[in-house]
Design a protein around this ligand. Structure first.
Ligand code: PLP
Length: 480
């Protein structure tokens, strides 16, 4: 075992730590250069200072006790109020600020379960019907809450299939899910149809606008065609929107909204019998910094609708240029008809992941999708003005047939070897081999990095899904 660095006995001076600071970032993605997609959502230098000031000023305050820090209670009420207005909610809409989309979704599912409990006199009905493109946060919440996810394949155009989802409704169903838009293809699900189905079957309908919440309303203002997805659609009972994505708030901020106050009440957890006193919390988290919330309040007030609209305009123009550029390559194709600034594209010849690897060598970080294999872009303000360089590099990658084919072989070989290993070796041995691979990946210095193409290639073509699960568990274990 490699020896880990131990806790220092004598503290390191502030001078030394300050000097060390930039070094920590040496190997990190250079997002400020505009060649990463997603991860970082930045409003631009001229707007970034104020939220940072507010975040730092409330860093040590805790949101847990609203009576100790009325400032934070006010920030939360106002952020929720602004978000409710953005989603066209009426005066009955209420909500909470959470730490992210995952927590917002967790709360919405927990509320659905509590409501089902009430309606069925304590007995839990427990199925959630969701499109295959819904974010894994739903499956994660189902996992922790012991709910059964019923995953329904999407249509050819990447949007949810309302008729197929309706067919899956049983007496155990508690909630339907739609995305606005879904992460993989950037398309908004047919929320209106799903709303009608929810009303007909007296079910709740959650709309996941984690990506779209702070973009789609402004794109609508700008005249882009945006399918209805918010509280204007009858049947929508809750919405999640991430302030820490296109809301440009500090990481650790999302909002969950409910059409009626009674729903939000089901979200609270109260313990009256603890020796430590009466404990009450509105969301999942306990102690958390007031910093992100304060920063969120500041950026929303700083940008205003006008500021968000202007950024949305730039981002969407960039996204359209990239999309048009990709479609202009004969061998590439954008999936579906994205409503927003997220898109995925496939290759009609060769392995798309080789293109991803080749782009990575030119400094571009793209996400990899599966079923079908595709590359994915979340275009943000940081990418504005970079579209020309991106398309130019993509063209040079596509021109370099030799480079692509060479790598394709390498990828295919490693995929085949890994596949054979996991199919024919006893699982204990696979466990050991993958743990070794995890160790190699974990040590970023010196160790060989398994190319992304091989890793994701393994993912998509593995027959034995159980072993992928094990492989990834060991990779994670090796990394931390
Ligand atoms: C990011 C995202 C989530 C999860 O949010 P986190 O903030 O990462 O917890 C959920 N749904 C969609 C569509 C997302 O893009």
């Amino acid at each position: 075992m490699k020896k880990e660095k131990k806790f220092t006995e004598k503290g390191i001076s502030s001078e030394v730590l300050t000097r060390m600071l930039p070094d920590h970032k040496t190997d990190d993605a250079k997002w400020a250069q505009g060649k990463t997609f997603g991860f970082v959502f930045h409003p631009g230098d001229r707007f970034a200072e104020v939220p940072e000031q507010y975040r730092a000023a409330f860093q040590y305050e805790s949101t847990l006790n609203p009576t100790a820090f009325p400032s934070l209670k006010k920030f939360e009420k106002e952020v929720v109020g602004m978000a409710a207005e953005l989603m066209h909610g009426d005066q009955h809409v209420s909500g909470s600020v959470t730490t992210g989309g995952t927590e917002s979704i967790f709360m919405a599912l927990s509320v659905a379960r509590e409501r089902a409990r009430e309606l069925s006199g304590g007995q839990v009905r427990a199925e959630v019907v969701l499109p295959g493109t819904a974010h894994p946060a739903f499956l994660k919440a189902c996992h922790y809450l012991s709910l059964k996810p019923v995953v329904v394949p999407v249509r050819e155009d990447g949007r949810a299939d309302p008729a197929a989802m309706e067919k899956e409704i049983t007496p155990q169903t508690i909630l339907l899910v739609a995305s606005a838009p879904c992460f993989p293809y950037g398309v908004v699900d047919p929320v209106k149809e799903l709303g009608n189905i929810a009303l007909k079957h007296k079910l709740l309908l959650h709309v996941d606008a984690c990506m779209g919440g702070f973009m789609l309303p402004f794109l609508e203002d700008l005249g882009y065609p945006v399918p209805e997805f918010d509280f204007r659609v009858p049947g929508v009972t809750s919405i999640s929107l991430d302030a820490h994505k296109y809301g440009y708030a500090p990481k650790g901020t999302s909002i969950v909204l409910y059409r009626r106050k009674e729903l939000r009440k089901l979200q609270f957890f109260i313990c009256t019998e603890w020796p430590g006193g009466i404990f009450a919390s509105t969301t999942f988290m306990g102690t958390k910094s007031g910093g992100p919330l304060a920063g969120c309040w500041a950026i929303m007030n700083h940008l205003g609708r006008e500021g968000y609209r202007a950024i949305a305009d730039e981002v969407m123009r960039t996204a359209i240029r990239i999309r048009t550029g990709i479609n202009a390559f004969e061998s590439l194709e954008v999936i579906g008809d994205p409503h927003m600034s997220l898109l995925a594209f496939t290759s009609k010849k060769g392995n798309i992941f080789n293109i991803g690897d080749a782009m990575q060598r030119r400094g571009w970080y793209l996400d990899r999708l599966q079923f079908p294999d595709a590359l994915h872009l979340t275009i943000t303000q940081l990418n504005v003005g970079m579209e020309g360089k991106f398309l130019q590099d993509l063209a040079s990658v596509l021109d370099n047939e030799e480079e692509l084919m060479k790598e394709y072989k390498a990828t295919r070989n490693s995929v085949q070897i890994a596949d054979i290993l996991t199919r024919f070796l006893p699982s204990a041995m696979v466990d050991r081999l993958t743990r070794m691979a995890g160790g190699i990946l974990g040590g970023s210095k010196g160790g060989t990095r398994i190319p992304e193409a091989a890793l994701y290639g393994i993912n998509a073509s593995f027959k034995n899904r159980r072993n992928i699960h094990k492989l990834i568990t060991n990779l994670l274990d090796g990394m931390y």
